[in-house]
Design a binder for this molecule. Structure first.
Ligand code: NAD
Length: 462
């Protein structure tokens, strides 16, 4: 795998201020595949200065020209999609077909959607006797996780650039090679120097320096609730804008009228995909008591079929975290139906697809985000109880509802405290706002709602 020794700052690859590096490890065979610089506050300072210097020019660039640059960036991502998929597979461990379809495919869709939005969005509007201008917020500090390495970057950088903001990115330390590839794409698409900058490094060092930097106008963070809380507090103290995309513990509610087999199979696939490392995964399956054992049997069969087909989790640390949740599930009295804490292979950070039945809503595995291929099946007696259980966590990111009639599912879904719900297996929509209720976050990504996060208004009265 190709790894740059430098950081992409001010339109060029320049050496880091310090000599420390971060090893990038392939989770399938535990081999080191590259090293990237571990940036410090000094590198963050350089990058923020470059972003600040580029801001006036980029903010004044007509939106149609910004749109053309984003379209060029999308085209580079298309041209390099195989390389992107291979890089994500090498550092995240996801199977290549999934990397091709999702890790490379979705960012292309999202970048394309912002090329279009930049060209068509009403950056100026009339409201009575006023003209309202939608202006860029300024310099954006973007901090991203490893689970969808390129998607998380593009979901921040593309709307920020479309809005006329400039960006400093601090990507996750486990997947920096994909971030370097994105910086190469930015250069190849000929975006002006300093409009996008990359600082690789550790969260508590480079990430924290970026979040605390006084010349950053908006911090957009995706990651754990624990870190998000700190970043929110720091931004609050400095009275600066913040967007937080945090954890989830979504419910997959199967109403008695639903096609049970379909709902269970799609639900299991949702949890196992990306080895369970999806913040919006439906990790709690809620089934009516009359269909409970049938659903458990179907879920066990579906999870067993996944067997060897899922990739590892990203790191040794993540593997031990997931294992300890599985052990806790057993210790708290849940019934282990498939899988378990033992490693299915000698090498690599693999976890067997795991299904728990007889999970009660108060158990740790029903409350906390596991971020691994682990499904909890919970029983409900009636619809009121299903609503209570579905809403009974600190999170509210996503979810699913299944019923024979769409109207029945929609009526139930309206009662859920969550940002997105898939009705009867509805498809992903890159234009639909994505983000959390409750402790799943603040703000929305994707589509026009994602664009407005990076804009502020100025009104002239006549
Ligand atoms: P994490 O919070 O540890 O790290 C996320 C990013 O923050 C990384 O780039 C990391 O280096 C950085 N970071 C860590 N400590 C920091 C600090 N003190 N200051 C500034 N930056 C810091 O999360 P993770 O383990 O990488 O990712 C998993 C978590 O992310 C899960 O909880 C998951 O639900 C969440 N997530 C949420 C979404 C969403 O859209 N809601 C998407 C993906 C992941």
């Amino acid at each position: 795998m190709k790894a740059h020794h430098g950081m992409y700052i001010g339109g060029e690859w320049r050496l880091a201020a310090g000599a420390d590096t971060i090893e990038v490890v392939n989770p399938v065979d535990e081999q080191v595949i590259g090293r990237v610089p571990a940036g410090t506050a000094a590198d963050v300072g350089h990058a923020v200065r470059a972003a600040r210097a580029a801001l006036p020019g980029w903010a004044a660039t007509p939106p149609t020209e910004r749109a053309a640059k984003l379209a060029a960036l999308r085209d580079v991502l298309v041209a390099r999609k195989d390389e992107i998929a291979e890089t994500v597979t090498a550092e995240l461990g996801s199977p290549l077909p999934f990397s091709q379809a999702v890790h490379a495919g979705v960012p292309i869709l999202v970048a394309g959607s912002y090329a279009e939005l930049a060209a068509t969005y009403a950056f100026e509007e009339k409201v009575g006797n006023s003209t309202v201008y939608h202006e860029p917020v300024g310099v954006v500090g973007a901090i991203t996780p490893w689970n969808y390495p390129l998607h998380q970057i593009v979901a921040k950088a593309a709307p920020a650039l479309a809005a006329g903001c400039t960006v400093v990115l601090k990507p996750a330390e486990d997947t920096p090679l994909t971030a370097q590839l994105f910086a190469e794409a930015v250069a190849e698409a000929d975006l002006p120097a300093g409009v996008f900058n990359l600082v690789t490094g550790l969260g508590p060092v480079a990430g924290q320096a970026l979040a605390e930097h006084p010349d950053v106008d908006l911090v957009s963070f995706t990651g754990s609730t624990a870190v998000g809380r700190r970043i929110g507090a720091t931004a609050g103290a400095a009275v600066k804008r913040v967007a937080l995309e945090l954890g989830g513990k979504s419910a997959n509610v199967i109403l008695p009228s639903a096609d049970l087999a379909k709902a269970v199979n799609v639900g299991v696939a949702n949890v196992m995909s990306n080895s369970g490392q999806t913040c919006s995964a439906w990790t709690r399956m809620l089934v009516h008591t009359s269909q409970y054992e049938e659903a458990v049997g179907l879920a066990a069969a579906a999870a067993t079929k996944y067997g060897d087909r899922i990739g590892p989790v990203v790191s040794a640390k993540q593997r031990s975290r997931v294992r300890s949740y599985i052990e806790k599930g057993v210790a708290e009295g849940a019934r282990l139906v498939v899988g378990g804490p033992e490693s299915p292979r000698e090498q690599g950070y693999f976890i067997s697809p795991t299904v728990f039945a007889d999970v009660t809503p108060d158990m740790t595995i029903a409350q906390e985000e596991i971020f691994g291929p682990v499904l909890s099946i919970i029983r409900y007696e009636d619809e009121e109880e299903a609503v209570r259980i579905a809403n009974g966590t600190v999170y509210g990111l996503a979810g699913a509802v299944w019923a024979a009639e769409e109207a029945e599912a929609v009526a139930f879904a309206r009662r859920l405290d969550t940002g997105q719900v898939d009705i009867n297996g509805g498809r992903f929509n890159p234009l639909a706002p994505f983000g959390g209720y409750k402790q799943s976050g603040v703000g929305r990504e994707l589509g026009s709602h994602g664009l407005t996060e990076y804009l502020q208004t100025k009104s002239f009265q006549f």
